[in-house]
Ligand binder design. Structure first.
Ligand SMILES: [Zn+2]
Length: 188
């Protein structure tokens, strides 16, 4: 992993996958879309390929990302949705042009009006509207890792998932607990 090209975290939902392009939010944050090219890479990976991206568009994408994070966090904790975040999500949703189309294989694909970053962001914003409004089966929750606190969408059967990602936050917490127990048993 290099500073220019940090890995992407796989996410289950588009909107919370997008907010996971900034990780360790409550610790030492890692920016996973540090350059316009990396935003284009992320979008292409999620079926939202855009033609080009300026620094201003990257900034706007990050603003939308933080707005989704703020609104999803409020939804997860039962707080009122912050007005500026709401405005940002709604604006992004309205501004871009995109349509869902069916492939011959019966899969959904996104068709972007002008293949612009704005078009791609409108799909992400609309996805955020869906999950925050409770239109999809699942529950918004906050990651139990104290250095992460990411808002994630829990679609597990029991709706008791604790970590945004089992392979990173979940694993680290388990290791920390193991070491704590180990220390405790040695001092007995
Ligand atoms: Zn986490």
């Amino acid at each position: 992993m290099s500073a220019e090209r940090p890995d992407f975290r796989p996410g289950t939902e588009l909107a919370t996958g997008f907010t996971a392009t900034l990780t360790e939010r409550a610790g030492d944050p890692v920016e996973r879309i540090p350059t316009p090219q990396r935003l284009l890479d992320w979008l292409a990976l999620h079926g939202l390929a855009a033609d080009s991206c300026t620094s201003a568009q990257l900034n706007r994408a990050r603003e939308l990302r933080e707005a989704i994070h703020a609104a999803a966090t409020a939804a997860a904790t039962g707080d009122p949705l912050p007005t500026p975040a709401l405005q940002m999500i709604n604006d992004a949703s309205v501004q871009g042009r995109s349509a869902a189309v069916l492939t011959p294989e019966g899969e959904r694909r996104w068709q972007l009006g002008a293949s612009s970053v704005e078009d791609a962001l409108s799909v992400i914003a609309a996805d955020a509207v869906d999950i925050i409004a409770g239109e999809r089966a699942g529950r918004l929750a906050l990651c139990a890792s104290p250095t992460c606190r990411a808002a994630f969408f829990d679609t597990s059967q029991s709706r008791t998932r604790k970590w945004c990602d089992m392979n990173t936050c979940g694993n680290r917490q388990k290791k920390a607990r193991f070491h704590a127990n180990h220390r405790a048993s040695r001092t007995k």
